[in-house]
Design a protein around this ligand. Structure first.
Ligand SMILES: O=C(O)CCC(=O)C(=O)O
Ligand SMILES: [Fe+2]
Length: 337
């Protein structure tokens, strides 16, 4: 295992001043290969299943991970959507093979997160998302928002770090992110429901700065775009011929409210959670999904291993929690974007 390289003090300062940091070479190119390969296997499996059901005629098995799903989608929107839903799961982080966990718990990534959070005690969130942004498809275009727009208001003033990890070189052409710098220290802006593809949106007049000041966050594969939960960002269309694959992961200090220690203890029959569990988890910044300890110097025995991470995710997915990511923003966007 290579020795984790933390960020330089100048990079850490830049993150806190600007609200984001683009760090190349967090991962070695080979580090992301197992995840890309396993996601390709998952696509293949689902495509074969659709073929066996008589829904899909052409497998496009000769195409690589960066092109195959786009070709399947071009043949049939329904099949393309079915495969994307399969990968995304209930809320966007459905894919949880060991290769995904290895990226979430990667020592070099955790060293960088630890430097940015200034703690060794790190909680990872299940609120990670897999994003296949297909060429010329509106669904992957994410309108202006702050990640706090989706989280509990009680966590607005805490720091939760989004690590945006491209699985291909992310460029303007294939629809990398745009980020509004130096605007992450104020209140969370007004978000509205009904943005593109059902996302929340901050309308231009409600952004904390002129969107023309946005920085283009191109990032090579192996690099990471780090952002705070109050950093406004969006992403643009993919005009390339390949899929802009990315995953975004989230981390916070163990001092920030979380549900890492809470289990619902499902009853055998009916899968009903222990009474009161739903109220308890509302302490977390995103109550419906399972947080877990990913690094701890003080209590290394609490660090979550792969099997427990999977179990926590499954159990939370079955547990109705009275929290909606859209609940805090009752107003619809005035213009559908
Ligand atoms: O991947 C994208 O296009 C948007 C990502 C995003 O909003 C996030 O990582 O928080
Ligand atoms: Fe976001």
């Amino acid at each position: 295992m290579s020795i984790p390289l933390p960020l330089t003090p100048a990079q850490v300062k830049s993150f806190h001043d600007e609200g984001f940091l683009i760090a190349p070479n967090v991962f070695a190119p080979a580090d992301l290969e197992p995840l890309r390969r396993e996601m390709a296997v998952a696509i293949d499996r689902k495509a074969c299943e659709l073929q066996a059901d008589g829904k899909l005629t052409k497998l496009h098995a000769e195409l690589d991970f960066d092109h195959r799903l786009a070709a399947i989608y071009r043949d049939s929107k329904e099949n393309g959507e079915a495969i994307m839903r399969h990968l995304e799961g209930l809320r966007g982080g459905g894919f949880h093979a060991p290769e995904m966990f290895d990226v979430i718990a990667h020592p070099r990534l955790l060293a960088a997160v630890s430097a940015l959070l200034d703690t060794e005690e790190i909680i990872a969130s299940s609120v990670y998302r897999i994003r296949p942004k297909l060429p010329n498809l509106g669904r992957g275009i994410v309108p202006w928002h702050q990640d706090s727009g989706y989280l509990a208001a009680s966590c607005d003033q805490h720091l939760i770090i989004t690590c945006w990890v491209p699985l291909v070189d992310a460029t303007v052409e294939n629809g990398c992110m745009q980020i509004l710098p130096r605007t992450h220290k104020g209140r969370v802006a007004e978000h509205r429901t009904g943005g593109n593809a059902g996302f929340l949106v901050i309308e231009d007049q409600d952004l904390p700065a002129d969107p023309r000041r946005a920085v283009t966050a191109a990032c090579p594969r192996g690099g990471v775009v780090f952002m705070t939960n109050r950093t406004p960002h969006c992403s643009t269309p993919n005009y390339s011929d390949h899929i802009r694959w990315s995953v975004d992961l989230r981390y916070q200090s163990a001092e920030v409210p979380n549900n890492a220690g809470l289990w619902p203890e499902l009853e055998e029959l009916g899968d009903l959670a222990t009474p009161g569990f739903d109220e308890k988890v509302t302490v977390a910044c995103y109550p419906p999904e399972a947080d877990f300890v990913v690094q701890s110097r003080q209590h290394p025995e609490t660090v979550t291993r792969y099997e427990e991470y999977v179990r926590r995710r499954e159990v939370y997915d079955k547990t109705p929690v009275p929290f909606s990511a859209y609940g805090r923003w009752p107003k619809e966007a005035t213009v559908a974007k």
